[in-house]
Design a protein around this ligand. Structure first.
Ligand SMILES: *Cc1c(COP(=O)(O)O)cnc(C)c1O
Length: 409
């Protein structure tokens, strides 16, 4: 096989193939099957003059170093494999990985602010902590909240970014990315693609310039690795690498290894969980205990629904489903956004963004759909609970159901 045959740009490959092979093309020539995990923090070199030249090169361009890294905060070969694979799956020129989704978003904001563009236009709802980071102005940025129709009017000369999540966390509201990108003009549109993953949606193809992921969710996929990644053009990636080097929010190489492994099963996991989610949506939609079901047109494994009863009773009532924040794991997770994922957003802002107090968010995993339905339906019928009982406790504490939830049929 000559180099041409291995050139990834030579023949376009299907997503499922890229998921398994991208970032790993050199392994067979290295005589390896699994990717190597490089945990080095530093890299020996007897030629300090050459190192000086490489450091100068990085400081001026932000391009990835040729040859071994100098220091782990600058670059890591295992993480680079994950970045290469994710860029390929998103159809982007490059990707830059970070310690978490929030570290990735922080780097984007700092990169734009360093270019004098401190203003952000954003559409609610966003993930609670993204909303908080913008609203609190912790990084010296300023935000204008708008709906998609108001974007063009909200843009100012110092606007560095327009941000949207689609489907959004937690309401699963969808944006027309192509139309939004058009309204942005020359300002880059950032799409948080955590919920859809590149399996269901590739925002770059629709005009988004920056794609953000909490890799902690579907990309990792097993609830055991935290990371974030930005897919973008090489020019912006260079600035992001310089910001990462200077601020230190690097992805740990073991996390990079696990994320690369997670990508290989991403299409299979997302499709399987999405088909269970679609079935649960069909059943919830006709269930008299459910006031409203939110499910995006593009599908996916996330469901949001509003209950007539007390959402806290549903959380307390699940037995198979895991009552926990986060999403995208192999097991099904349920949480109450107003109490947890979006607690940090002011109540009024939360409500006006459609995050009602009766809303529950379900991240459908890979269990058998009948087992999931059995658990969900019994939890929906659960009597008012209060705090979960400890094993061996015979009776529920009197008064724990003191706040009856008003029924709004
Ligand atoms: C979880 C999440 C984030 C933040 O990612 P972390 O990895 O937890 O820092 C950002 N956006 C969305 C949509 C998320 O769900």
């Amino acid at each position: 096989m000559d180099a041409m045959d291995r050139d990834p740009s030579a023949t376009p490959r299907a997503l499922a193939t890229e998921a398994v092979h991208a970032g790993r093309e050199d392994l067979a020539t290295l005589g390896l099957h699994a990717p190597p995990l490089d945990l080095s923090t530093t890299y020996p070199s007897y030629d300090a003059r050459a190192e000086a030249a490489r450091i100068d090169e990085f400081a001026t361009t932000g391009a990835r170093l040729d040859g071994p890294p100098v220091y782990a905060r600058l670059d890591n070969p295992t993480v680079a494999r994950f970045e290469e694979a994710l860029a390929r799956l998103e159809g982007a020129e490059a990707a830059v990985a970070f310690a978490s989704g929030m570290a990735a978003f922080t780097a984007v904001l700092l990169a734009r602010a360093s270019q004098g563009l401190r203003h952000v236009v954003a559409v609610r709802p966003l993930y609670g902590c993204s909303d908080h980071l913008l609203e609190a102005g912790l990084l010296g940025t300023e935000v204008t909240w708008t709906d998609p129709a108001g974007i063009a009017d909200a843009i100012r000369p110092d606007t560095g970014l327009v941000m949207v999540e689609s489907p959004a966390n937690p309401t699963l509201a969808e944006a027309d990315i192509r139309a939004l990108a058009h309204s942005c003009g020359s300002v880059p549109l950032l799409v948080d693609n955590t919920f859809a993953t590149p399996v269901l949606q590739r925002p770059v193809e629709q005009g988004a310039r920056i794609v953000l992921h909490s890799a902690t969710k579907y990309l990792g996929g097993h609830g055991d690795v935290m990371g974030g990644v930005v897919a973008c053009d090489e020019e912006f990636a260079r600035t992001l690498r310089q910001v990462r080097f200077a601020t230190g929010g690097v992805l740990h190489p073991l996390a990079g290894y696990l994320l690369l492994r997670g990508l290989s099963t991403l299409p299979v996991r997302v499709r399987a969980a999405s088909s269970s989610a679609a079935e649960l949506v069909r059943r919830l939609a006709t269930d008299p205990r459910i006031a409203r079901v939110h499910y995006p047109r593009i599908g996916g494994a996330m469901i949001a629904f509003e209950v007539y009863g007390d959402p806290h009773d549903v959380i307390a009532g699940v037995r198979l489903i895991t009552p926990a924040v986060s999403l995208g794991s192999v097991d099904t997770l349920i949480q109450h956004p107003a109490s947890i994922s979006h607690r940090i957003v002011a109540e009024g802002d939360r409500r006006s963004a459609g995050v009602s107090d009766r809303l529950l968010r379900l991240s459908v995993g890979l269990e058998d759909v009948e087992d999931l339905w059995r658990d969900l339906t019994q939890a929906l019928s659960a009597p008012p609970a209060g705090p979960p009982l400890e094993a061996g406790t015979a009776a529920r504490t009197a008064g724990s159901a003191a706040t009856p939830w008003p029924v709004a049929r």
